[in-house]
Design a protein around this ligand. Structure first.
Ligand SMILES: Nc1ncnc2c1ncn2[C@@H]1O[C@H](COP(=O)(O)OP(=O)(O)O)[C@@H](O)[C@H]1O
Ligand SMILES: [Mg+2]
Length: 366
């Protein structure tokens, strides 16, 4: 009986220690067939360690890896059928473009005529037609990256592992290659597991994002989920700027949660709250700078908001960034469109009413 396993690859309570260093702890992650999954986190958070174990280049200290429900934890890398594009897993500089792409097929002892045909197709699919005879050093950084992708995809792996493949490229080229990657993912239908420390890249490319910190998975969700409903202070801060107000006295009221900040009641839509709220422990109200509006202090009162004084205005072309401060010294950042009427007569040191709608407030518990 052949049952299509629901998940494609499962990481089950995976852990890794290097001597005294704990690189990864208790990672359970179900990779779905065909998805673009990104492992996102700061340097040293365990992303590469996870990928190395997936590839079969490192052995887990604890836990198990399964493919279609079958244990592959100790299966050698070359029997896993996974393509890799890793930092330091460089192209062969003495070979031509075509020879580089042909290499995985040669290793697999594919007949020469078939290799020639597949390499030709691959060159076309990554936009390098006619460049097969070039040397690697004659290519630009972006073209080399395409050769690396072609080499990893030519044997039609079931999973492609990519470890920060774009981090060495300049901004323009990186954005171009991001679009290429998205296109290839769609076209090839291969499952991609992609590592980056760049949150914008992760949000732009992924079906799901796994956020790592200190060797642990902090949150797994769609780009929208991790950005709009961060599960922790770390995730809120790592995925762009956020205002965090320490709040107390959380209680339910109809479909909403009410919390208390410095004597003021603030409402949060209950649906925005993923945690079971209890009044033990610490809680923060997270509000993104782009969701805070600015009004004259005379309008302070009803609705969700705080009074804050203007400290600094930075013009950023598409918008203006405002640094404000509350009476209790709490900072508050705002991101206001350049056409906003309040920007005509803002005065430094003056108080303003900073408000947001309740669905844009999000509660985080420690
Ligand atoms: N081969 C290794 N030997 C010893 N320590 C390692 C090794 N590889 C990774 N580490 C350590 O494990 C932790 C996680 O590293 P890594 O997975 O490379 O993080 P990331 O890819 O998120 O930057 C770090 O503290 C790193 O120094
Ligand atoms: Mg790394």
């Amino acid at each position: 009986m052949s049952v299509q396993h629901e998940h494609f690859v499962d990481l089950l309570r995976l852990g890794k220690s290097y001597g005294e260093t704990r690189a990864l702890s208790d990672l359970t992650l179900h990779i779905k067939r065909g998805e673009f999954l990104t492992l996102l986190g700061p340097s040293g958070s365990g992303k590469s360690t996870t990928l190395m174990m997936l590839a079969g280049f490192e052995t887990p200290s604890e836990g198990r890896i399964e493919r279609n429900g079958e244990d592959i934890t100790h299966l050698p890398a070359d029997q896993r059928d996974f393509g890799v594009v890793f930092q330091g897993y460089a192209l062969f500089p003495h070979m031509t473009v075509a020879q580089n792409i042909a290499y995985p097929l040669k290793v697999r002892k594919i007949p020469t005529a078939q290799i020639t045909e597949k390499v030709g197709q691959m060159l076309e699919r990554v936009g390098l037609e006619g460049k097969g005879d070039r040397g690697i050093k004659q290519l630009s950084g972006g073209q080399q990256q395409r050769v690396a992708l072609a080499r990893a995809l030519v044997f039609e792996p079931s999973l492609l592992l990519l470890d920060e493949p774009l981090s060495a490229l300049d901004r323009r080229l990186r954005q171009e290659m991001q679009m290429e990657l998205a296109r290839m993912h769609k076209e090839f239908g291969t499952t991609f597991v992609f590592v980056t420390h760049d949150q914008e890249e992760a949000l732009a490319l992924s079906d799901r994002v796994a956020v790592f910190n200190h060797g642990r998975l902090e949150q797994l969700g769609t780009p929208q989920e991790v950005y709009e409903r961060p599960a922790s202070r770390f995730v809120a801060n790592f995925l762009g700027d956020t205002n965090l107000l320490g709040v107390q006295g959380i209680r339910r009221q109809d479909d909403a949660l009410i919390c208390n900040y410095q004597g003021r009641s603030l409402v949060v839509t209950r649906g925005a709250d993923p945690v079971a709220v209890s009044n033990t422990g610490e809680h923060w109200l997270a509000i993104r700078p782009e969701h805070v509006d600015l009004q004259p202090v005379a309008l302070a009162g009803g609705g969700n908001g705080v009074i804050a004084r203007m400290e600094k205005l930075t013009y950023l072309g598409t918008h203006v960034s405002l640094d404000m401060r509350l009476d209790d010294a709490q900072p508050m950042a705002l991101r206001i469109p350049v056409g906003h009427p309040m920007l005509n007569n803002l005065e430094q040191g003056q108080p303003y009413w900073c408000s947001w709608s309740q669905q844009h407030g999000h509660l985080i518990s420690a």
